[in-house]
Ligand binder design. Structure first.
Ligand code: HGY
Ligand code: MN
Ligand code: MN
Ligand code: MN
Length: 414
């Protein structure tokens, strides 16, 4: 397979303009984005993306989870396509680049191939996976998980948001429930460009992260039940305070994660208190423990220790607990051939690079189970993400997309 020439580059201005245009849809309140999955804003972003892809001559397919596939024909229509993409949905206080860079980077490859009059042997398919973030509907990477056969589609349809709306109903409401059975598509490979969402590349002054692995994740939804009572007249020994329980579990999760440094993280980002009244002892608290590690044994050990710790806290405070695992994937080792294509591309293009393990979860983590998969990271300012202040430079975006371009074109063969 001929490797692409080092002069093969994307159009940096056009990529940046598309990122800025997409960022105008579902604006946040502090310069970022709030384009949560299956909201009207998500629907608007999908429509804009569809218009761009169809203007580039791509044909659209949509599966039963709403994932969007845009296909550019190759010289061999029977050759397995090379997929490239990420997600357009954002966190409620998300940035302009998390996920979006990978989707629009895929489109930029198509536009650049057209500029250069290049037709690859294998078709190329640009993809927007539904509900990568898992913030409105738990868990994260929902559609790619169903595509990989790791999550049940009916279970996914029944996931409800904080207002009790069903995923399946919202998909119909915004008009993006496709006809295509999920997971029927076969791929030669899948590549995902993404911002690092951590500080390593920027701190080390490195252009490209060659993602060799992704850490494993567990989300445990915990419901602590105590007894609502008056915050003024209930004697301290008589209280059954679910709020105190949640505070202790929050500390417990942090302490346990700190026991496994540097290879573990743990936090509780989602917390609901009921009835959430200033002068009522919290009778019920529902929250989600997010623990991650590149080491499966560590992740399982943290899980077990947290469950034990919750039982002890409940006994002391005379409250009860229900713990449900609502999200999980094991640590991932990406495909070595695809990872090598990424590393060779960075070398050929003269970009500095280093191997890196992904701290965040990505659709690629699931797709790696059904197709050879690799990821490319670009740096982000202060390593910040899942914050409206998320920022990257145009140069970082272009370097990442150039490497994506070479890895995809080499795999799709010219
Ligand atoms: O949670 C994650 O790692 C991803 O951002 N959804
Ligand atoms: Mn993402
Ligand atoms: Mn994210
Ligand atoms: Mn497991």
């Amino acid at each position: 397979m001929a490797a692409p020439g080092e002069n093969l580059r994307i159009n940096s201005d056009r990529l940046w303009d598309s990122l800025m245009d997409m960022a105008k849809i579902g604006p946040g309140i502090a310069g970022g984005n709030n384009r949560q999955t299956l909201t009207d804003e998500d629907g608007e972003g999908r429509k804009l993306f569809q218009s761009w892809c169809e203007a580039a001559g791509l044909t659209m397919g949509v599966d039963e989870m709403g994932t969007m596939f845009f296909r550019r024909e190759g010289t061999d229509p029977n050759a397995l396509p090379v997929y490239v993409g990420s997600h357009l949905d954002t966190q409620p206080t998300g940035g302009k680049y998390d996920g979006v860079l990978g989707v629009l980077g895929g489109l930029e490859i198509i536009r650049s191939l057209d500029d250069l009059g290049i037709r690859t042997k294998h078709p190329i398919v640009v993809t927007n996976w539904t509900n990568e973030e898992g913030t409105r509907f738990v868990p994260a990477m929902l559609a790619s998980g169903v595509f990989a056969g790791m999550l049940e589609q009916d279970w996914a349809y029944d996931r409800t948001d904080a207002k009790g709306k069903r995923f399946g109903d919202e998909l119909v409401r915004i008009g993006w429930k496709g006809e295509e059975p999920v997971g029927a598509r076969k791929m030669k490979a899948f590549f995902e460009l993404h911002i690092e969402q951590g500080p390593i590349l920027e701190d080390e002054g490195i252009d490209i992260g060659v993602v060799t692995h992704g850490q494993g994740l567990k989300w445990l939804q915990v419901t602590l039940t105590g007894k609502e009572s008056h915050t003024g007249s209930t004697p301290m020994p008589k209280r059954r305070n679910a709020g105190l329980g949640m505070a202790r579990v929050t500390e417990l999760v942090h302490e346990i994660a700190m026991d496994y440094q540097p290879d573990a993280v743990g936090a509780i980002g989602h917390m609901d208190v009921y009835p959430n009244s200033r002068n009522i002892i919290a009778g019920r608290c529902v929250f989600t423990v997010d623990i991650r590690s590149p080491d499966k044994e560590v992740l399982d050990e943290m899980d077990a220790r947290i469950r034990d710790g919750i039982a002890t806290i409940c006994e002391t405070l005379e409250i009860s607990a229900a713990v449900e695992q609502v999200g999980h994937f094991d640590p991932v080792a990406f495909d070595e051939t695809c990872v090598k294509a990424v590393r060779d591309a960075a070398d050929r293009l003269g970009y500095s690079h280093r191997n890196i393990v992904s701290g965040a979860g990505h659709d690629a983590c699931w797709i790696n189970r059904v197709a050879p998969t690799a990821m490319i990271f670009c740096p982000c300012v202060d390593g910040l993400s899942h914050n409206e202040a998320e920022e990257i430079s145009k140069e970082w975006a272009s370097a990442g997309c150039d490497v994506l371009f070479h890895a995809v074109v080499e795999t799709a063969e010219i």
